[in-house]
Design a protein around this ligand. Structure first.
Ligand code: 13P
Ligand code: SF4
Length: 365
């Protein structure tokens, strides 16, 4: 579900002529003036000048936990819509959550359209029975999909806790319907021991096929039914790219994000969330060569912050949505907090159900 907004997000033209130094000074003035009343959360993929203004930088799990723990009156979330929505769902009564560019969406979250998901769920549960299967959604989904998962007893997961959440799910249910990232689901499913022939992929694009390209038998046999969504930023990395790095830099360690294709993850030395990657680079000894398969802004910032290490990308891949939030957007939002510019709001019924799924994740991990 795309975000409803209270006020338009268009930055007035007078902001566009401001120099970076002036915007940074004004943002820092707001932070000093508001003190503990304001918290700025920034995702690892944000532009470096935005990360540098944040109170916290983290992966999507760390930021959702920070949002849930914060007592700040104003939570300004610099990430993409689904992350800011999650902060809005978890916020306390007196808090307000802002997203400095409400148009920063996510093509993978768009792939989890609720009509398609509800249709698939109805078909699957008719075949296997509702009490044997639970839906799990990746954080990278909109609030209405999280609400569906909450209503049906499931949980949200992120790239850093997907294993723990899937293990929880399989302790309580025979089968899991995993949305919307096929690759994260498969990579984690494989690591917890689910055999290839016990995974099935529901292809929501096959509209004319009543069972998403599967047979009744395949649905009955599958322990893990994966939704055929993907992140184009991570699906961009191919096995040949990792092999090229291995040939050209045989001394490099290869790190990739679990949204990458199965063969890319299998060929890497380590796999983990954006913060796992950041921590790995931080703790590596000087001189270590590290090739990374994830969004380019994180890699560039890690290279900037760790000049003693050789940090480079497996191949350049950028998330245009993560790039959207600029100093202009952040300053404009902070200048108009009480007017509700870029304020997020979610209908109460969706919020309540989605909260169940997010809180379950926070309990599990
Ligand atoms: P994490 O922050 O969980 O690593 O997720 C990366 C991502 O794709 C965010 O959009
Ligand atoms: Fe969506 Fe991928 Fe961008 Fe994350 S990196 S916001 S999953 S498109």
């Amino acid at each position: 579900m795309r975000l409803p907004t209270v006020a338009g997000a268009e930055v007035p033209t007078e902001y566009l002529s401001l120099a970076d130094e002036e915007m940074i000074d004004r943002i820092e003035d707001h932070k000093a003036r508001l003190g503990q009343r304001l918290v700025i959360l920034t995702h690892q993929y944000q532009r470096p000048e935005i990360v540098d203004r944040g109170d916290y930088v983290g992966d999507s799990f760390e930021l959702s936990r920070k949002a849930a723990q914060s007592d700040a009156e104003y939570i300004v979330f610099c990430g993409v819509q689904f992350m800011a929505q999650s902060a809005e769902i978890l916020r306390k009564e007196f808090q307000k959550v802002y997203h400095p560019d409400l148009t920063s969406g996510c093509p993978m979250a768009d792939m989890g359209d609720m009509d398609d998901v509800q249709y698939a769920w109805n078909q699957i549960t008719e075949i296997v029975g509702e009490d044997r299967i639970v839906p799990i959604t990746y954080m990278n989904s909109f609030a209405d999909l999280k609400a569906f998962v909450g209503r049906n007893g499931g949980a949200v997961c992120t790239s850093s806790n997907a294993r723990a959440v899937l293990e929880w799910a399989f302790r309580h249910f025979e089968k899991v319907f995993f949305l919307p990232d096929e690759h994260l689901g498969r990579n984690v499913g494989k690591r917890i021991g689910i055999a290839k022939d016990r995974m099935a992929v529901w292809n929501f694009r096959k509209k004319s096929d009543p069972l998403g390209g599967l047979t009744e038998q395949e649905i009955r046999q599958a322990d893990l039914i994966l939704w055929k969504g993907y992140c184009h930023v991570h699906a961009h990395f191919k096995l040949a790219d990792v092999e090229k790095v291995r040939t050209e830099h045989p001394d490099a360690v290869v790190l990739v994000h679990p949204e990458c294709l199965e063969e890319v993850v299998d060929a890497a030395d380590a796999v983990g969330s954006t913060s796992f990657i950041a921590r790995f680079v931080q703790s590596a000894p000087d001189g270590t060569k590290i090739a990374i398969g994830t969004e380019i802004h994180l890699i560039s910032r890690l290279a900037r912050d760790h000049p003693g290490k050789i940090v480079f990308s497996v191949k350049r891949s950028m998330c245009g949505n993560m790039f959207k939030i600029s100093l202009h957007d952040l300053l404009y939002t902070l200048d108009h907090l009480d007017e509700g510019v870029n304020l997020i709001s979610i209908p109460d019924d969706i919020r309540q159900d989605a909260r169940l799924a997010l809180e379950k994740m926070l309990q599990i991990t």
